[in-house]
Design a protein around this ligand. Structure first.
Ligand code: ADP
Ligand code: MG
Length: 680
């Protein structure tokens, strides 16, 4: 089996190369064969006449006569006459490759790429391909992410060698019926083409095949997990008394929205089932997910069990704790808070409570990893779940012995089809209605030079006792120093403009604790203006904040802008969002215009999907979605949908479970430890 064969089995790979490969995460021959290029260089052959002077050309040529090597100081220059076609005989020039003298013999056939000097009739060669020899010519040359010891071109050599030795042994994963139905090339063919595509079409076919396979396996796994949950666990069924619903509603200061009521009814029904619940509540910012979560906690409490509510940060945990105290406290529900900053004595007291009493424990995800022992954990709620990974999702299930119900809250609206495709292991409830009386946030788009106008507005609001967010774009990680510098600069400048108020600064270089401290002061109103690179907490709730001022708004994704805007308009006052941007035309302009036109997160999500594809929408990197080796949700989400349907059909097909033809696939599926439940 190639996945248990060390890379050192490949000829030419010794300890040094194996070590370099290990740093790339490549340990076995299977890893190596599936280590795909990050991009390709286009080396399509064209007639020389098609090129202009100074262009990079790729031509086929025959060497005429012997090659010559000259030395100039310590550098060598190798030249040879190349006959390109009937009309062109040119001089090929190779720098610093004196050994080529031997290889460039009379009559030797080459494909060369390099810079064409039409005046001197020379071609400075950057890439030489000895077509007659080692391997067939490929117009698309792969570029790999390599290391210093093992740069891309050497990696290519190693992979080609591995393919020669072991390519034949690459197992087929997909059933023939699917390959036929979607006209997919074989796994082996796809892998070969990925490393050396004959042309653009073969590359396309190779990708299509591998993406399908990857998504299909992913969907099989998700759906097996899902069906596993259909297992009946009698202890899972919660007996929620009839009266609980009325009592809960009476404890709220406002009536629930229709969408909230529907979600609560769904939750109630799922809680009462003997199968573990796994429900994703998707609601736009400000749609009132917290109360829905509190209902779930209350219902669980009434059934004599405990709830854990996880938030991604301490501040959010504190806010949830306060809200839970306010609403559920009067109903007699014990509510506890446990975070990294809980003093040890208090912590001990909370832990003792949790070991015995029903109630609601609020905290950060530390709740799961630490030695918190629950008396009877019946429900786990995760807020802003996109911050948590798929693995954490399953990890949280393990706490509390049996399988507690899981409720996930997400403020990233995803069009329903996509949600089903990516969150195939969950049910989805949508809060598509905002509480009534909510004033839409006034959203304006101004050019950067109209900054004054925005600042006037902010000063007016500050004078009325409100607070202001200012956001500047986060730079790349490599630019973090510059980010700090530009954020600091902006902060200084604004501190002047907002003289008389306290201006806080948040940027990526601060530690979690430092960020929390600044945030806390803003929440408490001690800081009135918060300047930040987008590290503003998703889900943070500051009612007095009424202005969101975003610099260079064109650098943010649509969903991100919508999230940021969602930080204001959370109280009774009119709120404002000002997008400062000089964007002109294109997607950026489209995004900003969309934002000024609508407040509806789902409409925005659909728009974003159309403009950018789902990658932007989900923020795949930080979403905790699996990172696919080949597949890209931005481009390939349609394949995901097909894969989902096919996976469902396959799992429903007796043949899949019985016939030897599917043994490989079954094995592959259940070899994954997260499926068998042996590992999180
Ligand atoms: P999100 O869905 O963004 O997490 P929250 O749960 O934080 O939203 O709710 C936002 C604000 O709306 C809170 O102040 C909350 O008390 C309020 N709210 C929630 N539901 C209602 C409702 N049905 N009527 C009026 N206000 C509500
Ligand atoms: Mg929230």
């Amino acid at each position: 089996m190639l996945d248990s064969l060390a890379v050192t089995s490949v000829a030419g790979v010794g300890r040094v190369k194996a070590q370099a490969l290990a740093t790339l995460g490549v340990h076995t021959v299977a890893d190596l064969l599936h280590y795909f290029p990050v991009r390709y260089e286009d080396h399509r052959i064209q007639p020389l006449a098609a090129y202009q002077d100074g262009e990079r050309v790729t031509v086929r040529a025959v060497v005429e006569g012997a090659a010559h090597v000259r030395w100039h100081q310590r550098r060598s220059i190798c030249t040879a006459v190349l006959r390109v076609d009937q009309r062109h005989r040119v001089t090929g020039v190779w720098f610093n490759q004196p050994y080529l003298k031997e290889k460039l013999y009379d009559g030797c056939v080459l494909v060369v790429s390099g810079r064409w000097d039409a005046v001197r009739h020379t071609l400075t060669v950057a890439r030489t391909d000895f077509t007659g020899q080692a391997h067939a010519y490929s117009a698309w040359s792969p570029v790999y992410r390599g290391t210093e010891q093992l740069p891309s071109h050497q990696l290519q050599g190693v992979i080609q060698q591995a393919l020669r030795q072991y390519g034949e042994q690459l197992p087929e994963v997909l059933p023939q019926s699917l390959a036929d139905k979607y006209r997919l090339v074989s796994h082996r063919q796809a892998v070969t083409w990925m490393h050396a595509p004959a042309d653009a079409e073969s590359l396309r076919q190779a990708r299509r095949r591998l993406v399908f396979e990857e998504f299909f396996l992913f969907q099989l796994q998700l759906q097996v997990l899902r069906s596993r949950r259909a297992v009946v666990i009698p202890a899972c069924a919660k007996q929620v008394p009839e009266a609980a619903w009325a009592t809960f509603q009476a404890a709220l200061p406002f009536p629930l929205t229709g969408a909230q009521r529907r979600a609560c009814a769904t939750i109630r029904e799922y809680l009462s089932r003997p199968q573990p619940m796994s429900l994703l509540v998707q609601g736009d910012v400000g749609s009132g997910k917290t109360w829905v979560a509190l209902w779930a906690a209350y219902a669980t409490y009434c059934a004599g069990q405990q709830t854990a509510l996880m938030a991604p940060t301490e501040i959010l945990a504190e806010q949830h704790y306060a809200e839970a105290q306010r609403r559920l406290g009067p109903l007699g529900v014990p509510v506890w808070l446990l975070t990294g900053s809980t003093p040890s004595k208090q912590r001990q007291a909370v832990l003792a409570q949790v070991r015995t009493n029903p109630g609601l424990l609020v905290g950060t995800h530390a709740l799961l990893t630490e030695d918190v022992e629950f008396a009877h954990l019946g429900l786990v709620i995760t807020d802003e779940q996109h911050r948590f990974g798929v693995h954490q999702r399953s990890q949280l299930r393990r706490k509390g012995g049996g399988l507690p119900d899981a409720l996930l809250l997400s403020a990233t609206p995803i069009p329903r089809t996509l949600a089903l495709a990516v969150y195939g292991d969950m049910d989805v409830a949508v809060l598509d209605e905002l509480p009534s009386g909510r004033k839409p946030v006034h959203t304006r788009w101004l050019p950067l030079q109209a900054e004054d106008e925005a600042i006037q507005l902010a000063r007016r609001e500050l004078a009325a006792g409100r607070q202001v967010y200012v956001v500047a774009p986060l730079l790349e990680e490599s630019e973090q120093l510059r980010e700090v510098a530009s954020a600091t600069q902006l902060w200084k400048r604004l501190s002047d403009r907002f003289a008389g108020y306290t201006v806080g600064l948040l940027h990526g270089r601060l530690s979690g604790r430092e960020k929390d401290a600044v945030m806390r002061r803003f929440v408490a109103g001690e800081v009135q203006v918060l300047v930040s690179t987008t590290v503003i907490e998703v889900g943070i709730h500051v009612e007095r904040a009424t202005v969101m001022l975003i610099y260079h708004a064109e650098r943010f994704g649509l969903a991100q802008l919508h999230q940021l805007r969602g930080r204001v308009g959370r109280g009774a006052w009119q709120s404002y969002c000002v997008l400062l941007s000089d964007a002109q035309g294109g997607v950026a302009e489209e995004r900003l215009r969309t934002l000024t036109e609508t407040q509806d997160g789902f409409a925005i999500a659909e728009r974003d999907l159309a403009l950018r594809g789902p990658g932007e929408l989900l923020g795949v990197r930080q979403s905790g979605l699996p990172e696919f080796a080949v597949g890209d949700l931005t481009k390939d989400y349609k394949i995901m949908e097909v894969a989902r349907q096919e996976a469902a059909a396959m799992l429903n097909d007796r043949d899949f479970w019985l016939l030897p033809a599917f043994a490989g696939l079954r094995q592959r599926l259940f070899a994954d430890p997260s499926i068998t439940g042996l590992k999180d």
